[in-house]
Every structure is written in C-alpha cells, then in structure tokens.
Design a protein around this ligand. Structure first.
Ligand SMILES: [Zn+2]
Length: 167
C-alpha cells in the first residue's frame, strides 16, 4: 500500500464540485488521479458543445453567400449537358451510318444494329437526363426537336430509304 491511497472517484468528483478537499489535494500530486480529472474536464467540454443548440452566427450569411454563388456553376452544367447530348446524338448517328454501310456490305448487321441502336438511345437518354435535372422545361423544346430529328433519321434508316452512304 502507498502512504496516500487514491480516494474513491465519487469522493474526488464531489470535492471537485465543492472546489476543495483532501482528495483534491491528493489528486494534485497523483498522476493517476489528475489524469482522471483531466479526462473528466474534457468530457464535460464535449458535452457542453453537444448540448449547445445554437448554430454559428455566421451560418445565415454563409448560406446566403453560397446561394448567391449558385447560378454560375448551374449554367455551366447546362452547357455541359448540351455538349453531352449533342455528342451522344452525333455518336449515335455515326454508329447508325457506319452500321448502315456494314449492313449493305456484309449483311451481318441486324443484331448489332439493334445493339447500336440501344446504345444510341441510352446515350440520348443520359444526355437528356443531365439537361433535365439542371434546366428543365426551358430546354425541353430544344430537346424534343433534337429527339424528333434523330427519330426521323432512325425511321429513314429503318425504312430502307436510300441514304447518302448508299447513293
Ligand atoms: Zn491518486
């Protein structure tokens, strides 16, 4: 046994609230007890921080600043959506034209025509989705025109009307 045994923790914390006592005097000179007190103090700080319901006073200002900064990146997203859409349309039409040639020359193309057509449709849909999520109705008319054009192109290819590649 050491000459000054560590006090019971209940006694120690009771004296901590009172501010004085033999257990506190012991803790000031005992590494183990002062470590316990330090841990208790840190935990109490954390609890106060968690219990504080008030947001930081700068919250509203920072949110408003973020909202005000929003339109520019959104407009950039619309343009990237247009680029995606046009790229997928051109890529899809290119696929179909190449496939049309392959059909005429090799006669193997029905299955791959279906596959390419599906890739084309998926490309158009993903481009349209990117646009729709950012710009919505404002782009819908342009989108409809583009889709109509590409659908007419598909219909022409499917209907075996002579295409520039065959002429
Ligand atoms: Zn101690």
């Amino acid at each position: 046994m050491t000459p000054h045994p560590c006090p019971d923790l209940e006694v120690l914390f009771a004296e901590l609230e009172e501010g004085e006592g033999p257990a506190l005097d012991h803790a000031a000179e005992c590494d183990a007890c002062s470590a316990v007190l330090e841990e208790h103090r840190l935990m109490e700080n954390d609890l106060y921080r968690l219990a504080d319901p008030l947001p930081p006073p700068t919250l509203v200002a920072s949110v408003m600043a973020r909202v005000a900064a929003e339109p520019i990146p959104q407009r950039r997203e619309v343009w990237s959506g247009v680029v995606i859409l046009l790229t997928s349309l051109l890529g899809g039409l290119g696929y179909l034209l190449m496939n049309d040639q392959a059909l005429g020359r090799l006669g193997t193309g029905v299955a791959s025509f279906i596959v390419e057509g599906r890739l084309f449709a998926e490309g158009v849909l993903s481009g349209a989705h990117a646009l729709w999520s950012t710009a919505g109705l404002a782009v819908a008319i342009t989108l409809a025109l583009l889709l109509l054009t590409s659908l007419l192109g598909l219909k022409r290819l499917a209907g075996n009307v002579p295409t520039p590649s065959e002429a």
